[in-house]
Design a protein around this ligand. Structure first.
Ligand SMILES: C[S@@+](CC[C@H](N)C(=O)[O-])C[C@H]1O[C@@H](n2cnc3c(N)ncnc32)[C@H](O)[C@@H]1O
Length: 254
């Protein structure tokens, strides 16, 4: 148990577990006081926390790409019964386990990829998928799998956005010779990053606003609030053009 650690002991553990992406306040010890985005993610959370239900008693929450657990811990503080945080990075998971423990919050953290949510065999009332989409080589596959396997009701979503902010209204079909829409700034665009962006080789994609909104709809998530530039609260609906499982096993292919 780390509940009894002195401030100095917490400071030593925080240093040993660093560097941190999430700036957390652990009994007066800041984990990332100098962050290129400021007091992150607190400054961001303040801009959209009002769209998340105040109380989550009786609800389950899945935080995919939880990092050091900032959002998982906020959901537990709102009374969620069960909170499960997933990440692929052992060092972030160690930070999350330590932070939750010091904060006295009972949260499970597991090493699992967004692509493997189907192995959980469980649906969650609220799925958090913040800041992960553009780190994935197969972003739409991940959204589809989340929809198919784990999202029961709400999805809290965030993506880095780049390019034009406009959102065109789209036709449901375009003639083969009609091409002008592709050059319009408000058409959905997902910019591929072959090498690095912001010195990070895991930044694979930079969508524009029209693109994330279209991807969410296409995966079966209806946008119900857009409280912050990059953040969307969605409700799970039927996937348009659904034709069975996203990634069918051989036996399911007719
Ligand atoms: C930019 S951070 C976002 C952290 C947090 N969700 C937030 O919004 O502050 C991206 C996180 O996604 C994790 N991640 C990257 N690929 C992943 C994958 N395939 N499955 C689950 N998590 C992944 C990274 O390890 C990292 O912790």
């Amino acid at each position: 148990m780390t509940g009894q650690l002195s401030r100095e002991e917490i400071r030593q553990r925080v240093d040993a577990l660093g560097p941190w992406f999430h700036n957390l306040d652990l009994n007066g010890v800041s984990t990332a006081p100098v962050h290129f985005l400021g007091d992150y993610p607190t400054v961001k959370w303040r801009r959209f926390s009002h769209v998340v239900p105040d109380r989550l008693d009786g609800k389950s929450v899945l935080d995919i790409g939880c990092n050091a657990g900032f959002y998982a811990m906020e959901m537990k503080r709102r009374g969620a019964d069960r909170v499960l945080g997933l990440d692929t990075d052992d060092e972030y998971l160690a930070q999350a386990r330590f932070a939750a423990d010091v904060s006295g919050l009972k949260i499970e953290f597991r090493k699992l990829s967004a692509y493997d949510v189907g192995t959980l065999g469980e649906k969650f009332d609220l799925v958090i998928f913040m800041g992960v989409l553009y780190h994935l080589r197969h972003p739409l596959l991940a959204l589809d799998l989340i929809h198919e396997h784990v999202a029961r009701d709400l999805l809290l979503f965030q993506s880095m956005l780049r390019g034009d902010d406009r959102v065109d209204s789209l036709e449901t079909d375009y003639d083969f010779w009609t091409t002008a829409q592709f050059d319009r700034p408000g058409y959905p665009k997902l910019h591929f990053i072959e090498h690095k962006y912001a010195d990070d080789p895991t930044n694979w994609w930079a969508p524009n606003r029209a693109c994330v909104e279209a991807m969410l709809r296409s995966a079966g998530f209806a946008i119900c609030a857009h409280p912050e530039d990059e953040v969307y609260l969605c409700r799970t609906t039927a996937r348009p053009q659904a034709e069975g499982p996203v990634y069918p096993r051989r036996s399911e292919i007719r």
